[in-house]
Design a protein around this ligand. Structure first.
Ligand code: DC
Length: 214
């Protein structure tokens, strides 16, 4: 079974998908984490263009049993789960994610990861491109102010302080790049169920999804 959960940054996709996975006993896969890891490779190894594509092609990315993300390049394996959640990566990732070759490589990795098990995968193009035949598709949205508040709490948990205004700006810019890019833009699949999470609790969103997929 494949459940696709798409939507913009801060719409609640990851939090909700993680919990739905637990309740349904299936695997949660965070596709954005792979794009973030590509941005991490770009910054860490100071590569871009064709060289970045070569590094991503050579790399292995895999999730541990508690959802940690590991990156292997040239026999060097490191856990990147926290390293990909910084403002520097957030700024770089939309550019990396708009590259057609990077998207093809990440899409291939995501399909491979889902070959042998039931998954709930969150992202921007899961229902439209990665798994257009997914069993269930959801599209989560929320106001940019609410999404910025959620992102602010995430950063605070990591000891990073950013103003609400700066975060609203970051989110609006990211939405613009993600929705206007040429390849696999952020877009609701025609057959996806849309959920506006602005005034819903996490539990309410989880209930809507589990009621439809159980
Ligand atoms: O969900 P997130 O904020 O971790 O996503 C990071 C970036 O990756 C964001 O700019 C959108 C992009 N992304 C994408 O283009 N396609 C996906 N399926 C998932 C994420």
């Amino acid at each position: 079974m494949i459940i696709a959960v798409d939507g913009p940054a801060g719409s609640g996709k990851s939090t909700v998908s993680k919990e739905v996975a637990k309740r349904l006993g299936i695997t949660f896969l965070d596709s954005g984490a792979l794009y973030r890891t590509c941005a991490y490779i770009k910054i860490k190894y100071q590569v871009s263009g064709k060289e970045l594509i070569d590094f991503v092609t050579l790399s292995k990315m895999f999730f541990g049993k508690d959802g940690e993300l590991f990156l292997t390049i040239n026999d060097n394996t490191e856990e990147v789960s926290k390293k990909i959640r910084t403002p520097q990566i957030a700024e770089e990732v939309p550019k990396v994610a708009s590259d057609k070759d990077i998207r093809a490589l990440v899409t291939e990795k995501l399909r491979e990861m889902s070959e042998t098990e039931s998954v709930i995968m969150d992202g921007r193009d899961i229902g439209t491109h990665v798994f257009p035949d997914a069993d269930y598709k959801f599209f989560l949205k929320a106001s940019s102010k609410e999404r910025a508040k959620r992102r602010m709490r995430d950063y605070e948990d990591q000891g990073i302080t950013m103003s609400l205004e700066a975060l609203i700006k970051e989110i609006d810019e990211r939405d613009k790049i993600d929705s206007e890019r040429e390849h696999a833009p952020l877009k609701k699949a025609d057959d996806a169920i849309e959920i506006d999470t602005t005034h819903l609790t996490i539990e309410e969103v989880i209930s809507i999804i589990t009621a439809r997929t159980n």
